[in-house]
Design a protein around this ligand. Structure first.
Ligand code: FE2
Length: 149
């Protein structure tokens, strides 16, 4: 899947039927890109950093968050259901090998979730104006390109 900020290639049981235990993926983040906040309702995620650098933020219930930097050879682990996003860092593109412990790939992106709710739900629960809510993406972003300065 080619995206504005990079690419995400996924191989699950759907693409490779003999594989029935995991899903593999590769992700490329161009400089300044953001893998938007998302979560996987059915699997843990294991990220192996191949090249480039990134900053990963994970969050759980009750406002718990943690951010850590990753470089080639390092592994990030995200427990099933925990929200997370990945910020590309540095001038070199970031490449990541990703594994999920389920043969079925599932993701919920925050842009998709926001777009699926009426604007009044978003404005009431997040305390933002309707004008700002109207500017939110209306479809899944996945990997966003850097904003022009
Ligand atoms: Fe993920």
């Amino acid at each position: 899947m080619e995206l504005p900020g990079g690419e995400l290639r996924i191989v699950s049981q759907k693409e490779f039927p003999i594989q029935n235990t995991l899903t593999g993926a590769t992700m490329l983040l161009k400089p300044g890109a953001l893998r938007e906040m998302h979560w996987h309702p059915n699997a843990d995620e294991w990220q192996f950093y191949l090249s480039g650098r990134a900053r990963v933020t994970i969050f759980g219930a009750h406002g718990r968050t943690k951010t850590a930097a990753f470089a080639p050879g390092e592994v990030a682990f995200i427990k099933q259901g925990f929200g997370h996003f990945i910020e590309q860092v540095g001038d070199e593109p970031t490449r990541v090998l990703i594994l999920f412990n389920s043969p079925v790939y599932e993701e919920i992106n925050i842009s998709t979730w926001l777009a699926a709710n009426p604007a009044s739900i978003i404005t009431d629960n997040f305390g933002i104006s309707k004008e700002l809510a109207d500017k939110l993406p209306k479809e899944s972003v996945v990997i966003a390109a850097p904003q022009a300065a």
